[in-house]
Design a protein. Structure first.
Length: 191
């Protein structure tokens, strides 16, 4: 788990761009090292995923659904996985464009590490994540700037934790009121 938060590529190199995604929040953080000193940005999904994004996803998915295939049932069964790949690829292209990177220019695509900050790892390692980013940025930025981004990251971690707790509470409430098809009891009589 330690290597996850160090921000290094497997070969020991630093990525050009680090993206910190909080799945239950609209904000995400990017750290761009292409210019030497980090350019840290707090972005909102509304800035990135507008109407053009959804049209691109729809177009790509339409092409995939209609793709001529020798095994149509296998193709249909694999559509959820293909849709996930499409969304991930289109989303990354739109994030890159927001960072002024041309996703079509294969020769100049920077190395990117995406951290999805959620779940049990978030609860157990949130302090380690904040400390890792603090140490990483500390080698480049002045103290005032460092404190600002440390506070932003701590706020995002806290909000993600709160969102997860709220979702878990809602699921538990639904389970206890038998509104959820995902839960059942061994003693329930459905006759």
């Amino acid at each position: 788990m330690d290597e996850l938060f160090k921000g290094y590529l497997p070969e020991g190199e630093q990525p050009d761009i680090q993206i910190y995604i909080f799945p239950h929040l609209q904000e995400f953080l990017t750290i761009d090292l292409r210019e030497g000193s980090p350019q840290v940005m707090l972005l909102n999904t509304e800035e990135v995923f507008g109407e053009d994004f959804f049209e691109s996803v729809e177009k790509e998915f339409s092409l995939t659904v209609r793709e001529d295939n020798e095994f149509p049932f296998a193709h249909l069964i694999n559509l959820p996985l293909l849709l996930e790949e499409i969304i991930r690829g289109v989303a990354m292209n739109f994030i890159l464009e927001r960072l002024d990177i041309d996703p079509e220019d294969d020769e100049h695509i920077p190395s990117i590490v995406v951290f999805v900050i959620s779940g049990g790892a978030l609860a157990m390692h949130s302090e380690k994540l904040i400390q890792s980013v603090k140490e990483f940025l500390g080698t480049f930025t002045v103290d005032q700037e460092l404190r600002r981004w440390e506070e932003v990251l701590a706020r995002l971690v806290k909000q993600e934790n709160e969102a997860l707790q709220e979702i878990n509470q809602q699921e538990l409430t639904e389970a206890l009121s038998t509104d959820s098809p995902d839960y059942f009891t061994l003693w329930e009589n459905r006759n």
